[in-house]
Design a protein around this ligand. Structure first.
Ligand code: ADP
Ligand code: ZN
Length: 437
């Protein structure tokens, strides 16, 4: 296989040179951050008064962590490092876990961000001949404009279709010969179900690949989308605190996401002790942004759980690869004392071919105990007069889940298309237990 690089020198830079570059950028980022009210205070307490206090990359550990809570407390301008008239754009996180936080960009920030997204798109084999339909929410959410600018930089024709409205999406795909799409994995599954429902023939579409991200999904879900839609699916990871998309992306090897280490310094720590973990282990991902002057963020606790592959990638890129993000530390459910991530349930049900494209996890109180219900859609054909295959499937899902998660769930099967769909990030968990106050 031949691989194409957007910035070959930087993407294949030997590790020693990459680290020297990072040190240089880290000093610059500390310099930027010392112009914000928040870090002036925070870094002073840690004994860092100027960028010259950062002598080696290991000195990053002298910098205190920054949390989402800090960002909210700093609202609106506590993290702004440049005069307001130099700001050209504002974005906000989607607020999955609470009030949104705002990020500001200078002109140079936008162009640096764009080049990381363009590099990511290009690494999947796209070219200027591609037609790119960006089926994700535009607006404050970074996935819309982030991919839009990146796609234009690559030279593709970008269709800013936004999320939702599958009938319109199909029309655009057919009218303009869309070859590449970007969406959440849950929306891609929904699109596929709608295609069958509305009788859209795959033969009339020119789709080749999709970028799927913004929410966790399993390898089985990727395979399902790839098989059903006959396309290649590439995992895309980003978060608004680190610009948005373009932080880590899969190359054509589709085996882990290259984290662009000239733009971000990653660390993996134990989420409880916050101590660094040995290479290859799974823990909380900490990110330092090296490429944004207007809102510098250092050692950000993403709450996302992942780890690095230790062996190099065959594409020749030297930037390390993240494993698929399995969830956030704050996604974890505790059910009758057992810790459980929604991704563990997804892995089981998406591996069963009779199960349809949507599911929902409900947790309730039943007296003193917690009760877990897994609602899954099943493919239409199984809803026939005979209930035996349905009951057998239910029992098989229940048993497999129990074996995997040690909790005995209730399983409900629903007709395809009957569970709620979301156009943006899917809401897969309904925790109806009363909250402790
Ligand atoms: P919010 O934090 O409000 O959801 P963002 O839009 O910035 O706002 O979302 C970023 C988060 O989305 C990440 O921290 C991560 O939890 C999740 N995410 C993004 N891309 C992926 C991906 N490819 N796999 C798993 N999770 C992802
Ligand atoms: Zn690679």
């Amino acid at each position: 296989m031949t691989y194409q690089y957007w910035n070959q020198k930087m993407e294949t830079l030997p590790r020693a040179e990459l680290e020297a570059y990072q040190l240089d950028r880290l000093r610059a980022a500390v310099g930027w951050s010392l112009r914000t009210p928040f870090y002036q205070e925070r870094l002073k307490q840690a004994g860092i008064r100027s960028e010259a206090d950062i002598k080696t990359l290991a000195d990053i550990r002298r910098i205190p962590f920054t949390t989402k809570h800090d960002l909210r407390n700093g609202f609106p301008y506590g993290f702004l490092s440049i005069p307001k008239e130099e700001v050209v754009r504002l974005h906000a996180s989607s607020g999955t876990t609470g009030t949104p936080t705002t990020i500001y960009f200078s002109k140079d920030d936008i162009s640096r961000w764009t080049s990381f997204v363009a590099r990511s798109i290009y690494a999947t084999g796209c070219a200027k001949t591609d037609v790119f339909q960006n089926m994700i929410t535009y607006g404050l959410f970074t996935g819309g404009l982030g991919f839009h600018y990146g796609g234009e930089a690559v030279g593709m024709m970008v269709i800013p279709s936004g999320a939702g409205n599958t009938a319109r999406q199909f029309k655009l795909m057919q009218d303009f010969g869309t070859t590449v799409v970007h969406a959440t994995p849950s929306f891609l599954l929904h699109v596929e179900a709608k295609m069958r429902e509305e009788g859209v023939s795959r033969g009339n579409l020119r789709l080749k690949r999709a970028f799927a991200g913004a929410e966790p999904y399993s390898e089985d879900t990727r395979k399902r989308i790839e098989t059903l839609l006959a396309i290649d699916v590439y995992n895309s990871y980003g978060l608004s605190e680190m610009n948005g998309p373009g932080v880590a992306f899969e190359c054509q090897c589709k085996n882990g996401l290259h984290l662009w280490e000239d733009g971000f310094i990653p660390e993996i720590v134990d989420p409880d002790t916050l101590e660094p973990l040995p290479d290859g282990e799974t823990g909380e991902l900490i990110l330092t942004c090296l490429c944004r002057e207007a809102t510098p963020i250092l050692r950000y606790r993403t709450r996302d759980l992942s780890g690095f592959y230790t062996e190099p990638c065959s594409c020749g890129r030297t930037h390390r690869r993240l494993r698929r993000i399995t969830g956030r530390t704050d996604d974890m459910l505790i059910i009758n004392g057992v810790n459980l991530f929604p991704s563990q349930i997804e892995e089981v049900i998406m591996s069963m071919k009779e199960v349809g494209n949507n599911y929902l996890i409900v947790v309730e109180k039943d007296g003193a105990m917690d009760r877990l219900t897994v609602k899954a859609e099943v493919n239409q054909s199984i809803f026939m007069d005979d209930t035996r295959p349905l009951n057998a499937l239910k029992e098989r899902i229940r048993k497999t889940l129990q074996g995997m998660i040690t909790i005995n769930p209730r399983v409900e099967l629903h007709e395809s298309g009957s569970l709620p769909v979301s156009e943006g990030k899917a809401k897969r968990v309904q925790d109806k237990r009363p909250k402790d106050v």
